[in-house]
Design a protein around this ligand. Structure first.
Ligand SMILES: [Zn+2]
Ligand SMILES: [Zn+2]
Length: 365
């Protein structure tokens, strides 16, 4: 039996439970979860804002060690793997084009209840991973060998916060040196987007966040300016962009209000990139005239358009070169029993990324 975090219905409590995992089948690996980060997408998923089945185990940003591998999996016991929630199959039309984040063959694991609780209830591993657990069984599409040595907590955030921020700036937006970038939302993904923008030589890089602690973090991570949202925000951004507005605005929140705000901050002909995962019920309005006359591009960015199979190498190279302060981004790893305080911190917008080391979990009995 392993300890795992279970959410029984949309919006329900996150409860630590004991569960039994299936044996890994063909193309699957059984992995010990060494570290797993809490991402806002987990909360959206658990609230039913994103399509999923319930009950579910949240958790999709992590790193682990292969314990056993099913037939044809191509991994051996002891291999260190990073989790990839977009699970590119590597062979479909999208994957062949280098658009693995849009893979059209999501693994069945994310729709199939396979984790058995002690009362017999079968639970779905969220996004095919269900990584808030001591161990998982996942498709090989959901993991990749980690090419560089990194402490567990830092390796965990490569799987979502870092790769999303990296991809959104480099792959989706294609930010070039000297271009201006606004990042709305200085959480895990936003802070990594800021560091990526600095790494490619962009400037000015402007962070926008209502929480003072996060604005301070954004400055520490290289933002040239950190601003509060509000009525004077567009004027402040125009002030530092020769009166035009920003070349690129990355919305890392996933809400209609911040998408509208992003639109306002982009220059004519500029780009608005929606990086945050929002809810299907949250509608954004644009007039036909403003879409035409502004000449702006509005683009969605699933996992930062990060194509793990062609870009993980470069990402790891930039990490090894010190482009990202990962040690500062992640807090001290904690046991899964401390999930409530991590959820409260995420809600309050305090601190960087909460990361768990499931081995530290105190038994619930
Ligand atoms: Zn995530
Ligand atoms: Zn594919």
């Amino acid at each position: 039996m392993v300890q795992t975090v279970v959410v029984r219905e949309p919006g329900g409590p996150w409860v630590l439970e004991e569960a039994r995992l299936p044996e890994p089948g063909a193309g699957q690996v059984h992995v010990r979860v060494d570290a797993v980060g809490l991402c806002r997408t987990d909360v959206s998923l658990a609230h039913g804002g994103l399509p999923t089945k319930f009950p579910l185990v949240p958790g999709h940003e992590g790193v682990g060690t292969v314990l056993t591998a099913g037939p044809g999996a191509g991994y051996s016991a002891g291999d260190r793997v990073v989790f990839v929630w977009t699970a590119p199959c590597g062979s479909c039309w999208y994957c062949a084009r280098g658009e693995g984040a849009l893979c059209e063959r999501p693994p069945a694991e994310g729709r199939t209840p396979s984790v058995e609780l002690s009362d017999g209830t079968l639970v779905v591993p969220g996004l095919g991973l269900g990584a808030f657990a001591e161990e998982i069984v996942a498709s090989v599409a959901s993991v990749r060998a980690l090419p560089i040595p990194l402490p567990d907590a830092q390796a965990a955030v490569l799987g979502c916060a870092v790769s999303t921020g990296f991809g959104a700036v480099r792959s989706t937006a294609g930010v070039a040196a000297g271009e201006s970038v606004v990042v709305i939302g200085a959480g895990g993904v936003g802070l990594c987007a800021i560091q990526t923008a600095k790494d490619v030589g962009a400037g000015p890089v402007i962070a926008v966040d209502p929480v003072a602690e996060r604005r301070d973090l954004a400055l520490k991570y290289g933002a040239d300016l950190a601003l509060e949202p509000g009525l004077t925000l567009p004027a402040r951004v125009r002030e530092v962009t020769d009166g035009r507005g920003a070349d690129h605005v990355l919305e890392c929140v996933g809400k209609s209000a911040t998408i509208r705000q992003a639109w306002t901050l982009a220059r004519r002909g500029g780009q608005v990139i929606v990086v945050g995962a929002g809810a299907k019920t949250d509608l954004v309005q644009f007039s036909a005239l403003e879409l035409f006359h502004s000449g702006k591009t509005l683009r969605g960015s699933v996992h930062g358009s990060f194509d793990v199979d062609s870009e993980l190498g470069l990402l790891c190279e930039r990490v090894a070169a010190g482009a990202y302060d990962l040690a500062g981004l992640v807090g001290e790893p904690m046991g899964l029993d401390r999930m409530p305080e991590a959820l409260a911190a995420l809600d309050a917008g305090s601190g960087g990324r909460s990361v768990f080391a499931p081995a530290l979990t105190r038994a619930r009995r």
